[in-house]
Design a protein around this ligand. Structure first.
Ligand code: ADE
Ligand code: ZN
Length: 322
């Protein structure tokens, strides 16, 4: 039981946080057949490619400002009920645009949802604008420009998700430069479905302070040393990693070895209903499968807050809650 441990999450994709019930009701609302992609309380996918396809199809069913307000509100309140005090959600204006929603309406809806959850449950939230690696890199520049203009006060970071097996971070360096120059925090997915070379590529071209996943750095001890030395924070998502078969089970997962090597780690759910997880479940996995003590769990929360893309006053207030 980890309900009593204050939690913070810095890696969850809002489109990937919509539970099957909600996606089913959105499908009904818009007259879209999703039966092939939803089976009971499970999304249907078999590998990383079909996972991304199911994710993109579900995202296409959120089409209005209020759809997103409800999604953000329900996600943040659900994790607040598991003990979360802070949440950074990854958002994707490209997905909104493909669903016919303007980026402005998209972030207004998400911001409204975060404000409602703060009001009812005291949870603080921020938005990390992401570009998508398997979309085109010119689109990423538009997304970065949008984020850099700070269209909503909750937007504090910039990152990239999508298919890591495609291309290089070099293709997106300009987008990341635009975001960094605007003062946004930088994170990116690397070291998930690709290995240490992909992590080095990310570090070289976009200079993130955090990495989405990063777990496959473990395959190169020199890289692990570099992450530890430079204090790069890993947004680790163990349930996602095992679900996507990066590892055959939690006993194969490198989180304990990364901690042992002095790498700063956090616990996150990534796309919770796709991986039958939640933030609370990730903390429980860390306790039960990796043997983390309450103190070590609390340390991961502290690390998440230290690495969070928030103003210093908010950070101090959040850290005081630990
Ligand atoms: N987008 C949503 N979930 C993702 C993941 N696990 N890896 C890369 N991109 C994603
Ligand atoms: Zn992710």
């Amino acid at each position: 039981m980890t309900r009593h441990i204050p939690k913070a999450e810095i890696h969850c994709h809002i489109e990937g946080a919509a539970p099957t019930d909600l996606v089913r009701s959105q499908a009904q609302k818009y007259g879209v057949d999703m039966d092939h992609l939803i089976d009971g309380d499970r999304f249907v996918w078999a590998d990383f490619t079909s996972f991304l396809e199911a994710y993109d199809a579900a995202a296409a069913l959120f089409r209005t400002e209020e759809d997103y307000a409800l999604l953000a509100q329900s996600y943040l309140t659900s994790i607040a009920e598991e003990g979360a005090i802070y949440s950074e959600v990854f958002i994707s204006p490209d997905h909104a645009r493909l669903a016919g929603l303007s980026p402005e309406a998209y972030v207004n809806g998400l911001g409204e949802g975060i404000a409602r959850a703060r009001e009812s449950h005291g949870i603080e939230g921020r938005l990390i604008v992401t570009c998508v690696r398997h979309f085109d890199s010119e689109a990423a520049i538009d997304v970065a420009r949008f984020a850099a203009a700070r269209p909503h006060p909750f937007i504090t970071g910039f990152g990239m998700g999508g298919d890591e097996r495609i291309g290089s971070h070099a293709d997106f360096a300009r987008a990341f430069d635009i975001a960094r120059d605007a003062g946004l925090g930088i994170t990116t997915h690397a070291g998930e479905v690709a290995g240490p070379d992909s992590v080095r590529d990310a570090l070289e071209h976009v200079r993130p302070t955090r990495l989405g996943h990063g777990v496959r750095s473990i395959e190169d001890p020199a890289l692990v040393d570099q992450l530890a030395q430079e204090g790069i924070v890993l947004e680790v998502c163990p349930g996602s990693n095992v679900s996507l078969s990066l590892y055959s089970g939690f006993d194969e997962h490198p989180l304990p070895a990364l901690m042992e090597a002095g790498v700063r780690v956090t616990l996150n759910s990534d796309d919770p209903p796709y991986f039958a997880t939640s933030l609370g479940t990730e903390y429980a996995i860390a306790q039960d499968a990796f043997g983390l003590s309450d103190e070590e769990l609390l340390k991961t929360t502290r690390t998440a807050l230290e690495a969070a893309f928030v103003d210093e006053e908010t950070r101090s207030q959040l850290l005081a809650k630990l």
